[in-house]
Each structure stands twice: as C-alpha cells, then as structure tokens.
Write a new protein. Structure first.
Length: 139
C-alpha cells in the first residue's frame, strides 16, 4: 500500500502530528494541534487527512509492560475509538511510551529549549512514532 501515513501523538491540550512521504520512507514532523477536546482534535485531524491525502493513520499509545493501563492510555484508547468511527482509513496503534522523552533529548541535542516551543516536542514525538511504525511494517 502506498500513500501518506499520518502519525498522531495525542495529548490533553496538544496533539502532535507527523507525516510520511507518499512512498512511506521518511517520517517528518508536521504540526501541533491545540485542542479543546477529542471532537475538536478529530475535526482538525480530518482536515489534515483530506488536505494531505493520507491513506493510513497510526496513533501512539503509552503502554507500560506488565502494568495496568494508565489513565492516559485509557484516554488515548477512547480517542482512538472515536477516531476510527470518524475516518474511513485504517487506524493502527504504536507504543509511544518513551517518544516524548526521546523528542526532548533530540531538541536538547539541537541546542533548543523545550519551553520555547512545547509543540515541537509533540511534533517530534509523532515523527518518532511514525519512524518506528515504518521500520516495523517494512521489515
């Protein structure tokens, strides 16, 4: 299957987005959405899907091995269920447990302060989720 993949790093107030290229080789940070609730997030995401001709979606979900699901994981699962009913595309999930930490470390390596652009962490975390997804589905 070809076409762009949209990766989503959902949060309570911000949602990080990343996009693949149409050949599904490169994962790039795309945007950070400021949201009021899940419905608002989904409305904005549907716009991106249409505008960027997305053919598949992957959502990061925080999983903790051997532990009960966190409240954040339960919120993300509810978001995923709403998203699946709102878009007519495959919606996959990917463990994103350490993507935000990795994104912050990446910003520090670039000499940037996290507080200067909090949305950058969300966009980069989404790109990390997408990169991991591309690696796992193409091997």
């Amino acid at each position: 299957m070809r076409g762009r993949i949209l990766a989503i790093d959902p949060g309570g107030r911000r949602v990080g987005l990343a996009l693949s290229d149409p050949l599904r080789i490169i994962a790039s940070p795309y945007d950070t959405l400021l949201i009021k609730n899940n419905e608002d997030a989904i409305k904005q995401i549907r716009g991106v899907i249409e505008q960027e001709q997305v053919t598949e979606v992957v959502v990061g979900i925080p999983l903790r091995p051997g532990a009960e699901k966190s409240e954040q994981a339960k919120r993300v699962e509810a978001f995923i269920e709403q998203l699946k009913t709102a878009v007519e595309l495959p919606v996959m999930t990917m463990d994103e447990s350490y993507s935000s930490v990795e994104a912050e470390e990446s910003l520090h390596r670039m000499g940037k302060k996290v507080g200067d652009d909090k949305g950058a962490v969300d966009r980069i975390a989404a790109a990390i989720i997408l990169k991991q997804y591309l690696q796992e589905t193409q091997s």
